[in-house]
Design a binder for this molecule. Structure first.
Ligand code: UDP
Length: 311
């Protein structure tokens, strides 16, 4: 039975990835300090002998006392509101944490995947974003703690691939939503959904003309798994290319929740909010035979069910 280590495995994405790896017949060791992850996300595996949970901050050194086949480095804050709450931790997990994950892979002779992000493209001057675009990031902006840590992580991963012979993967994850997102994580899907469900006005930042493209979590995890099983060692975008202005997205959420409590336009929570974002997924299509399958309507419907149960 192969063994995977998943850092951040109690988080939104990490826990869905853990489910998938277990369902493929692997053992999983999760490392998570629960700063933004939640133990409840893995509660359904409480009696599963194939899952081990270790509460640990992966920015601090660690060792694993058994063979490891794959290290998935998914520990990080991921919401702009959380970057503001935990700026130093965000930088440390994307530097020391990445180094520790790579060292574990090197010592164990394991493969390693790093969870990167569309934020490496910053406020992009190329649209849609393909993997060859180098990005437009403000290093000293509020988002810089995340963007630059992820860019540093990609450099570190490539250095371990080139100079230490570690077999690595880089997935650039675009906006993703689904069950288990924290209701208070500040991202657009939980914010809009909870505001609509509570009958409160929806808070659109700026004039709402900025765009995002939303991928349902099961599609995303399928792309990640396919990349892990491929031989491709350069970054691959995984995300849904359906793009919406945020103002339009607010209307969609109101329609799907059958509410109309209005929209208020407010200041941006983080400056440097990217004006447009849509993945070019040509590589994922050609190399992994992957593309998203779940419609926004279906994905939001499933997500709302989960949110309602947790209110
Ligand atoms: N946003 C918004 N209202 C909210 C939360 C987010 O208008 O209550 C906007 C935000 O300005 C951004 C987009 O929605 O343009 C996506 O924000 P999110 O925090 O989900 O992630 P990002 O893509 O910015 O990392």
């Amino acid at each position: 039975m192969p063994t995977a280590v998943v850092t951040g495995g109690a988080g939104f994405l990490g826990s869905h990835l853990t489910d998938r790896i277990l369902s493929e017949g692997w053992r999983v060791i999760v490392l998570d300090n629960l700063i933004t992850g939640r133990a409840e996300n893995l509660a359904h595996h409480a009696d599963n002998p194939d899952l081990t949970f270790i509460k640990h901050d992966v920015s601090q050194p660690f060792s694993i006392d058994e063979p490891v086949d794959f290290v998935f480095h998914f520990a990080s804050t991921a919401s702009p509101v959380d970057f503001i709450r935990h700026p130093i931790e965000t930088m440390l997990v994307g530097s020391y944490g990445t180094h520790n994950a790579l060292e574990l892979a090197r010592i164990k002779g394991a493969k390693m995947m790093m969870a990167s992000t569309s934020e490496v493209y910053g406020d992009p001057m190329v649209h849609p974003q393909n993997e060859e675009y180098w990005g437009n990031v403000n290093p000293i902006g509020v988002r810089g703690v995340y963007d630059e840590a992820k860019r540093f992580s990609e450099s570190m991963v490539m250095a371990y691939q080139r100079y230490k012979g570690v077999d690595t993967r880089i997935v650039r994850i675009f906006n993703t939503y689904g069950e288990r997102m924290r209701l208070d994580d500040g991202r657009v899907v939980p914010n809009f959904a909870m505001q609509a469900l509570r009958g409160e006005p929806i808070t659109v930042y700026g004039d709402g003309s900025q765009t995002r493209s939303f991928c349902y979590v099961s599609d995303l995890v399928d792309g990640i798994w396919r990349l892990s099983q491929s031989n491709y060692q350069l970054p691959v975008n995984i995300g849904n290319p359906d793009e919406y202005p945020i103002r339009r997205f607010a209307e969609i959420i109101q329609a799907l929740t059958h509410t109309d409590s209005g929209i208020v336009y407010t200041e941006f929570v983080t400056p440097d909010d990217p004006k447009q974002r849509r993945p070019d997924i040509t590589k994922a299509r050609e190399i992994l035979g992957w593309e998203p399958k779940v419609s926004l309507e279906e994905g939001i419907r499933r997500t709302l069910e989960d949110f309602k149960q947790r209110v």
